[in-house]
Design a protein around this ligand. Structure first.
Ligand code: PRX
Length: 646
């Protein structure tokens, strides 16, 4: 029997969920017909210090202006903690599961309040003020959540840098936003291996004169250098200060955080999110997409270094008074059943992970899943890249035991929260489709000229109108914001993704249409990897493209031209891979390197990436028009010498 191509909404789900099919249709209509009314109502899910009277002020043309709830004031940490205390002081806010299965911890809302206040007071004592940028470079430990919320409490803007990034990447991000305070740990622990976070910070800070102080959490107890007057132990500092800290009154449009993300050109951009709209949107989508009800145990496996960790480990769940699980480790340590053991141990009801993890675990067979009960699981989620139907069906059958709906959630760092996703009580599922837009979201599919395509079609995905969780600017470069997102198709937000819409109005994301590749759900700009490669003294030129990879979704394929006289040896290939790891971080390591005596260029000198992509994809039978190339012979050489990836 072939696998089903559609899965109806289970009856019990339609009954118990916050939203059923009819409610979805009605609310969607209202939300797009009268966005002001819809979002005015949604804003009430937060506690405002001064309630807003203005809801929306958006102009996608010209300089581009996006404001929501812009005369209201509030504090995000008060919304995520203080307002829950009367009812939930003793409820677990965070379940922490360590890298070692013997390590775990539960933090109640009352404890969270104390920890966040203490850290906020430490920052204040060190002179951190509203509007200052604080860089957070931490492993997945509760202090990561405390750090975000403590910044929010005093109105400092956090910039979290993923623990897998190199000292240079950390330095670049600190310099870009002129951060003056860093929060890190001695070492991280992942899959039994130590990550030298403090040593990386020391290296980075050599290039960062703006940083006045660095707070260090003792995680492993490893030996680290502490620079007197600059470096302070977290446990010592937090013990010195009061356990109460009044939340700062913030305007809805005051910045909450910056998160750097890769684009098709240049350095990573500092995506800026603000206070009110972001939290409304994170809370709404967390509640509806995951159908969160009081008492549910919710686990998102992302790292807090990515937007998924911001919106769906910390802000969305805590704004909703949820119990959120935070996992320090990796899916295959100590063995391939770790995820499922954690689900059983903490009785997880809602589990949200990435297709790359599902594919990697699928390769281990069913036994590691079957030995766990997984009875507590009710809903599964996927995020970060398109999920292939095979992985979807495995997830549904083997992990979800046929009864858990899967929410395939499409969104981006820029969108702040999920934009296209099934609602489990409302949406019939099709494996591989992110299905339908959430409330207030109006997707458009346009052709290369920007003409809006109707009905069943395929093209580039834009969004017609704003939603409160949308990014507001690129930190320090508003023009880059307008140019990157609103100039390709005038007056519309362009996502950079390709998309198909089927006859039922379901959306199928086909992947990036720009020079961004998606490696294991992480965005990487090809330009960044290229500039790391050409920084090597032996490299003359480099071009980087993505190619299909069984586990990672896309792998990184680098074509490298060496300087005259340099030998293309295996040792040099390894050296270049190490070089990129050092320059950017392990996630940017090229999977395949091809020595290219020449690159295909137009007569005006532009590299024709389309051709390089096809060769990397092993589709060189159909290269299209190569007549505009300056030297068509280079193509034959590239094909003959392509790297065999099997
Ligand atoms: O290409 C889309 C892909 O990930 C990109 C956004 O990456 P990032 O900003 O790092 O955020 C990842 C987590 C939200 C998108 O442009 N993407 C994300 N989710 C999906 C997806 N592609 C297909 N299906 C998804 N569910």
């Amino acid at each position: 029997m072939s696998d089903p191509t559609e899965f109806p909404v289970p009856e019990d789900w339609a009954k118990r969920a916050w939203v059923n099919a009819q409610q979805y249709d009605e609310a969607y209509k209202l939300s797009t017909a009268d966005p002001e009314a819809f979002w005015a109502e949604q804003g009430k899910r937060l506690d405002w210090i001064k309630p807003y009277t203005k809801v929306k002020d958006v102009d996608y043309t010209g300089e581009v202006r996006i404001r929501w709830y812009y005369d209201g004031t509030l504090n995000v940490s008060a919304n995520c903690i203080d307002r829950h205390l009367p009812k939930r002081a003793n409820q677990t806010a965070i379940i922490w599961e360590g890298d070692d299965p013997k390590d775990d911890k539960k933090i109640t809302y009352a404890e969270l309040h104390e920890q966040v206040c203490r850290l906020a007071n430490v920052m204040k004592a060190h002179g951190v003020k509203k509007g200052d940028r604080v860089t957070v470079y931490l492993p997945m430990i509760p202090e990561a959540a405390y750090a975000l919320l403590a910044c929010a409490r005093i109105g400092a803007i956090h910039s979290v840098v993923f623990g897998g990034f190199s000292p240079d990447s950390v330095a670049g991000r600190i310099q870009d936003c002129e951060s003056n305070f860093v929060i890190t740990a001695d070492e991280g622990l992942r899959g039994g291996k130590k990550v030298p976070l403090k040593a990386n910070v020391d290296e980075a800070l050599k290039q960062c004169p703006t940083v006045k102080a660095c707070i260090v959490v003792k995680r492993t107890g490893g030996n680290v250098a502490m620079q007197s007057g600059r470096d302070f132990w977290y446990h010592e500092e937090t013990a010195k200060v009061s356990k109460d800290c009044k939340p700062e009154e913030m305007n809805a449009e005051d910045p909450l955080f910056i998160l750097y993300t890769s684009g098709s050109t240049g350095k990573p951009k500092g995506v800026l999110h603000t206070t009110g709209g972001y939290l409304v949107y994170a809370a709404l989508t967390h509640q509806l997409v995951f159908d969160y009800h009081d008492g549910d145990i919710y686990w998102c496996t992302a790292d807090v270094g990515w937007v998924t960790g911001h919106s769906y480990i910390v802000y969305g769940p805590l704004a909703n008074g949820a119990t959120t699980l935070m996992f320090e480790g990796v899916p295959n340590y100590p063995d391939a059943s770790r995820f499922w053991q954690v689900c059983d141990k903490h009785q997880v009801n809602i589990f949200y992970t990435a297709p790359t993890a599902i594919r990697a675990l699928m390769r281990e067979g069913e036994a590691p899943v079957q030995k766990c009960s997984l009875k507590s699981l009710r809903l599964l989620g996927s995020v970060g890249e398109p999920i292939n139907p095979e992985a979807w069906l495995w997830y549904h059958r083997v992990v979800g035991r046929h009864h858990c709906p899967i929410v395939d959630t499409w969104w981006q760092t820029e969108t702040g929260g999920i934009l296209i996703s099934p609602l489990p009580g409302a949406t019939r599922l099709k494996p591989g489709s992110a299905t339908k837009p959430l409330f207030g979201i109006q997707p458009l599919i346009v052709d290369a000229e920007g003409k809006v395509l109707e009905g069943a079609t395929e093209g580039n995905l834009c969004i017609a109108d704003s939603w409160p969780g949308q990014m507001r600017t690129v930190y320090g470069d508003h023009k880059r914001f307008a140019d990157t997102y609103f100039s390709t198709y005038k007056g519309r937000y362009f996502t950079g993704d390709g998309c198909r819409r089927d006859e039922d109005g379901y959306y199928w994301i086909t992947g990036r249409v720009d020079d961004v590749i998606n490696v294991s759900g992480h965005r990487m700009g090809t330009a960044e990897v290229e500039s790391a490669l050409v920084a090597h003294p032996k490299v003359a030129e480099a071009a980087v493209v993505g190619y299909p990879h069984d586990i990672k979704g896309q792998g990184i394929y680098a074509y490298v031209t060496l300087k005259a006289g340099e030998e293309p040896t295996e040792a040099l290939r390894k050296e270049l891979v190490q070089w990129v790891r050092k320059e950017i971080g392990p996630i940017a390591s090229p999977d395949l390197v091809q020595w290219a005596p020449g690159l295909p260029k137009t007569r005006s000198g532009k590299i024709m990436r389309r051709i390089l992509r096809k060769i990397a994809e092993n589709e060189f039978g159909n290269l299209g028009d190569i007549s505009t190339l300056a030297d068509p012979n280079v193509v034959k050489d590239l094909i003959d010498n392509r790297v065999n990836r099997d």
